[in-house]
Ligand binder design. Structure first.
Ligand code: AP5
Length: 188
């Protein structure tokens, strides 16, 4: 299975990405988790990443690609992936599509998780994991960044015929069932 998760902050990309990875036996590659781990370990990259994460701004494409692409290539060599939070800009999408084409491992589906903004804000406020970027102002900014820079990927992938829209506002299990039904049709 080869899936890209697309959706605003709090849509459930991480929650559902893990479940998809478990069901289909492929790695779940989360750019946000990867970056938070670099920050926690205070690596050189982590020191640079921290200010983007804390502000809710996008990490520059070059840095994103240098940190994540090896994992994507390794997953492709291993047979599949769930990408969560990457690609997030058009240059990232083009870079990911190029390596996937070369490996004959292009994404089979891009799941677009749709949730109304007021539900997103409530989820982030309730998360309770102490993520600095869940503070109300920063969460609002992340949503604006999504709308400006990431939402355009909807058109990019729609033109490629691989978008699957999922209503991600119901409870987690209901959303998972809708996703699995869609992916089973593609994989079957
Ligand atoms: P990232 O970690 O990707 O954050 P995000 O996209 O803002 O998404 P979240 O992790 O907040 O939400 P999610 O959609 O994964 O939902 P989740 O399952 O956690 O990125 C963080 C930062 O890193 C970015 O701001 C940027 O700075 C940088 N970055 C990352 N990738 C980048 C890239 N490619 N390029 C440039 N910069 C990049 O769920 C949220 C909450 O809701 C949880 O508490 C969960 O339990 C709950 N929940 C989930 N589903 C449901 C449901 N159906 N019903 C009720 N509650 C639910």
């Amino acid at each position: 299975m080869r899936v890209i998760m697309l959706g605003p902050p709090g849509a459930g990309k991480g929650t559902q990405g893990e479940r998809i990875a478990g069901r289909y036996g492929v790695p779940h590659i989360s750019s946000g988790e990867l970056f938070r781990d670099e920050v926690a370990r205070q690596t050189e990259a982590g020191k640079t990443l921290q200010r983007y994460l804390d502000a809710g701004d996008l990490v520059p494409d070059d840095l994103v690609l240098s940190l994540i692409m090896d994992r994507v290539i390794a997953a492709e060599a291993d047979g599949g992936y769930v990408l969560d939070g990457f690609p997030r800009t058009l240059p990232q999408a083009e870079a990911a599509a190029k390596v996937a084409r070369e490996a004959k491992m292009s994404a089979q589906a891009v799941l677009y998780l749709e949730v109304p903004p007021q539900v997103l804000s409530a989820r982030l406020a309730d998360r309770g994991e102490g993520r600095a970027d869940d503070a109300v102002q920063v969460a609002r900014h992340r949503l604006e960044v999504f709308t400006e820079h990431t939402r355009p990927l909807l058109d990019y992938y729609t033109k490629r015929g691989i978008i699957v829209r999922i209503d991600a506002s119901p409870p987690v299990d209901v959303v998972s069932a809708a996703i699995f039904a869609a992916l089973d049709r593609i994989d079957g």
